[in-house]
Ligand binder design. Sequence first.
Ligand SMILES: Nc1ncnc2c1ncn2[C@@H]1O[C@H](COP(=O)(O)OP(=O)(O)OP(=O)(O)O)[C@@H](O)[C@H]1O
Ligand SMILES: [Mg+2]
Length: 659
Amino acid sequence: MRVRPFPLRTKLVLSFLIVIIIGGLLSLSFGSRLVKNTLIDQAQAKVKHDLAAAWMVFKEKLNDIKEIVRLTAESESVKEAIKENNKDTLLKYLCRLREENGLDVLTLTDHKGIVIARTRNPEVIGDDQSQDEIIKWVPQRGVLAYPQIVCREELIKEGKDLADQAYMEFIDTPKAAPRPENKETNGMMLKAASSVVDERDNHLGILYGGILLNRNYEIVDRVKEIVYKGEKYKGRDKGTATIFQHDLRISTNVPNENGERAIGTRVSKEVNNAVLVEGNPWIARAFVVNLWYITAYEPIKNIDNKIIGILYVGMLERPYIDTTNQVMLTFIIIASLCVVLLLVILYFSTTRITNPLQKMVVATQKISAGDLTHKVEVSSKDEIGYLADSFNQMTADLKAANEKLIEWGKTLEKKVEERTKELTEMQAHLIQSEKLASLGKLAAGIAHEINNPLGGILIYSHLLLEDLDKNSPHYENLKKIVKETSRCKDIVKGLLEFARPKEPEMTLIDINDIVERSLSIMERQALFQNIKIKKTFASDLPKIVADSAQLQQVFMNIILNAAEAMDGNGILTLSTSFNGSGTFIEVKFSDTGHGIKEEYKKRLFEPFFSTKEVGEGTGLGLAISYSIIQKHEGTIEVQSQLEKGSTFIVKLPLKKEME
Ligand SMILES: Nc1ncnc2c1ncn2[C@@H]1O[C@H](COP(=O)(O)OP(=O)(O)OP(=O)(O)O)[C@@H](O)[C@H]1O
Ligand SMILES: [Mg+2]
């Protein structure tokens, strides 16, 4: 079988594979994006909430400071000490309170804003704080608490160590916006201030306190602890929080490369623009120090609503990316398994289709090569099965039609053969008849002309013979003349008989009788003495209409020929019968003589055809018989085998009525 470059199975498998691969790739890319987006969106929403929690911690701390400052300002001890101008007591009292409450700064001014007691740095007093952005509002607005940028000079006043704590050199940070400075000397403080008033509402002074946020990790660590519960991913904190002073990390738990807190690093440029420049929150992924985080940033504002920094919380993006990848990997494995399974199923199902088709191709080839017995063996109960059944049915029909055709061809051939034989026979008969007719005319003419002179010769030679003495030397010669002349007369008579046969005198006769009579006449001759005669006559032979004398002449001719062929020694079988359908009577004469040569068979019925010595036979016997039987609308057939014998069959139509 010729294999095409792309067999059906390859085509099917390829088209399925293309669909699966395209579908797989599309769902993989959409799926991964969907999973990633869903996970990251959820994380982002969580971070947004975390930022709110961070604000709570941040504000709680601010509130704590506010409460401490308020309660301290309201304490009678402070009021009395101010009134009594008891500075030592006041300082001691405030120092204790600052330490107890963990404040970095707790300072008291008089009612004009001049510092009278500075707990962290008691030596430095007398400076004017009345223009401080928070303190200046206290007389009107009471207790206030805000984040605030405190410049280095002020920090030094509060304590040199605080100024040092705030001092920070910038660390180069990838993606940060460039800045002309390279260090920060100011600090960011959570600061609260409250008026100190006596019972008669006299303004005694202002108490302010606060904590410096730079390098103070209490808030960010608390946020990390509350919100993220110290969760770690591959050794790193999953959640982080940071307080920025402008764009600078002053308090953070985001680690740098060495795993230390990344203070001194700065926020990325895009977050800087969004939060510090435009004042919007940033809730998206961001590059934090050296890694990508899912983040939330919001500006920290001072009492004048100016942006002074940023509060940030963020979660490592890596765990979510890894989860996405893991989900996608699982998906790919499942999809690959499905593809393999599908290919196996496809292989078997295409085999179920292509195998019967291949069988059918082989079958068509066999059928076209002429083998109509070939059958397609397909047992499936589907369309292919139906196709195979129809195919087999078609082959069977084709075979039947072919057989009919062959049969018909044979019948036709036989018919043509029969017809040709009939035609040849008819033609032979015609030729024979024509020949006989023309010969008859010629013979009749000659016979007629010589009959009369011959008659004269015979009469006169007889008269002469009667008159002549027997001892005369001419007597024997004259006798020979008479004998030969009468032979001539016989020949002429035969010729005339043949050429102008008498019309048969038809009567109803019994053929068995005629045969019997012919035989009894012949039997007496010496030639028949050593011939054994067998007779099988049909007893119920119907009578027919015929000329008995003429038929007797025919039968005698045939019987004589047979005896001559056997040279007077052999078996002569005579039989009569009539055929089943009853259309003719058959008379058979079989001898055991020398038989007839093939080339003579055609000429037997010609006048003057004889194999006998000249003078022995005229060769008119069968010619006359033929013309008689023809007149009776019958036939004479000859069958012969050399040295074995011959059979002459005379068939006569079964006419029972006279015409
Ligand atoms: N039964 C037979 N067996 C063999 N040859 C035969 C037989 N009958 C006829 N013939 C052949 O057919 C020839 C023609 O026969 P047909 O009777 O016409 O003439 P004939 O017998 O030769 O002469 P005639 O009958 O005039 O004496 C014969 O010479 C003989 O050769
Ligand atoms: Mg003869």
